[in-house]
Design a protein around this ligand. Sequence first.
Ligand SMILES: C[S@@+](CC[C@H](N)C(=O)[O-])C[C@H]1O[C@@H](n2cnc3c(N)ncnc32)[C@H](O)[C@@H]1O
Length: 219
Amino acid sequence: MYGRIARRYDLVNYVQSLGMVGLMRRDAAAFVGRGAVLDAGAGSGGLAAACLAAGASRVVCLDRSPEMFAVARAKLASYERAGRVRFVLGDVTRLPFRDGAFDNVGSAFVFRNIPSTDAAVGEVRRVLKAGGRVAVADVFAPPKGLTGALYKIYLNVMVPLWGRLIARDGLAYRYLSASIQNCFSAEELAGRLAAAGFADIRAQAKFFGVAHVVKGRLR
Ligand SMILES: C[S@@+](CC[C@H](N)C(=O)[O-])C[C@H]1O[C@@H](n2cnc3c(N)ncnc32)[C@H](O)[C@@H]1O
């Protein structure tokens, strides 16, 4: 599906999130943007770019969509020429890297797309060095109460509409809306990270609890 919407992904994402996605990537990058970083589900490279700007020495972008990588490559061309970015096609639940290969791992707007969260968490843990940091930014399950009710209307009406108008693919954006509404909560992800051996875990709410950046450190 991401192959279909890759060309317009950045634009739709920015419009429908009212600019929120950029702020969340920068927040995650401020935490993990040091040393050798894995951007798990890098897509069009927004988090990788934020990590490089924050001070990462190099970033490996991992994704299973070649079309999203075409967009990322254009965005990160100067970093790729300088040998600071590498693109690897693969699956977050079966990472093609040796144990302890990375200082830090970041992931933005990916985890809710992965059927086996525990497999992804296990792989992130495996490729991190001891003491390495993880930051997972996403729009998890909608908050409860009035904010949640208003947000669900936005998800069901506006998000597919932006998708239809800008990316000409309402169906793909209906899937994205559903993936948010069926997602686990940020607190649940925090629990899974704790069970996998991460410490100092914080699920930081953003934008009235609509989005979160979950951060932790491998013991
Ligand atoms: C919503 S996009 C997010 C892209 C990017 N991280 C960003 O900040 O915009 C989700 C990305 O996750 C990728 N993805 C989903 N499941 C994946 C998996 N199991 N392994 C690798 N990539 C995956 C998709 O191909 C897509 O590029």
